[in-house]
Design a protein around this ligand. Structure first.
Ligand code: ATP
Length: 306
């Protein structure tokens, strides 16, 4: 029996290792296929993260040289504060998050984290310091537990459950018969966009990064899901330097500073109240969205009743 068990045991370990390697390779291709390869500079050092202060200093960037997407963008996010970036579709908002993660490099200007130009540090140390909750979360074809644990491999079961609770996905997971062992992805359980995003939030809570980048989903979520996700995000951004790319202005009214980006330039900046009082592009967008959300609320009530 033992003789039979040992090869089987070996096969099990081997299978898990191969599967892990396949997942990592898939992940690598996912990243490489979307972003050009960027090499660490010779002599690059690890990012020495302390408080997590982010500075964009006159950053200019275009995916193609002839077509600038960001034009001398400057801002500063103080440690523990929240900066929201808003503006019309295609303004360059998500591009800012890609530059912070160094999927691309600025053509001119600098991005500093705690005083260090991110071009001079290793990408590994940079990405370890930043938690990213993207618009479209891609989950691994594995269990929900695995997908959360990905934030920190050494996390205990109790920590995984606590992260799920803070991300407000715990009750959903406990309602599935297989719970945390439920398979998700192509051949498993299909999660909605909002559920996937909450799994990504739980993963980020486990990672405990100093800096958080949240790229809000463009697709309209129903108001219940939006409310749940907002609650989850508030929990994870507390005390961390946070950059939110927002499409729904209702989600960022409490941000310490809001910048309105249009065609790659900052055209307005200030608090929600100050920008409303200014009566410019932000105020116009706010009024348009408020009318649309009132109309949606009426529709949701009618659907619930009918
Ligand atoms: P949205 O609100 O619709 O998400 P956004 O403000 O986040 O828009 P970005 O995703 O930053 O906009 O894109 C800014 C511009 O850069 C767009 O015109 C887009 O077509 C272009 N762009 C984005 N990614 C690439 C890429 N990989 N290669 C070339 N152009 C790109």
């Amino acid at each position: 029996m033992i003789q039979l068990y040992q090869p089987l045991n070996f096969m099990g370990t081997f299978y898990r290792e191969v599967r892990q390697a396949v997942i990592d390779i898939e992940r690598m291709f996912q990243i490489l296929s979307r972003h050009p390869e960027i090499d660490d500079r010779p002599g690059a050092t690890g990012l020495a993260i302390s408080k997590g202060r982010i500075v964009f200093d006159e950053v200019t960037f275009g995916y193609e040289r002839a077509r600038p997407i960001l034009d001398q963008v400057s801002f500063c996010v103080q440690p523990g504060k929240t900066l929201a970036i808003v503006g019309p579709s295609g303004a360059g908002k998500s591009t800012i998050s890609r530059l912070i993660f160094r999927f691309y490099e600025p053509q001119s200007g600098r991005i500093l984290i705690d005083g260090q130009d991110i071009l001079t540090v290793t990408q590994k140390s940079l990405r370890a310091a930043i938690g990213m909750v993207p618009q479209d979360t891609v989950l691994f074809n594995d269990t929900i537990g695995y997908n959360i644990r990905y934030g920190r491999w050494e996390a205990s079961e109790a920590e995984i459950r606590e992260a799920a609770r803070l991300a407000q996905i715990d009750r959903f997971i406990e309602s599935i018969p297989a719970g945390y062992d439920a398979q998700v992805g192509e051949r498993g359980l299909k999660l909605s966009g909002g559920e996937k995003q909450r799994v990504a939030i739980a993963r980020t809570i486990l990672k405990e990064p100093r800096i958080l980048v949240l790229d809000e989903a463009t697709s309209a979520l129903d108001s219940f899901t939006e409310h749940e996700i907002q609650g989850a995000l508030r929990g994870v951004s507390k005390g961390r330097t946070t950059l939110v790319i927002a499409h729904r202005l209702s989600t960022i009214v409490d941000a310490d500073e809001i910048i309105f980006l249009d065609k790659g330039r900052i055209v307005e900046r200030g608090s929600h109240q100050a920008l409303l009082a200014e009566g410019g592009a932000y105020a116009a967008m706010w009024n348009r969205q408020r009318e649309a959300s009132e109309a949606q609320a009426v529709l949701e009530v009618a659907q619930a009743e009918g």
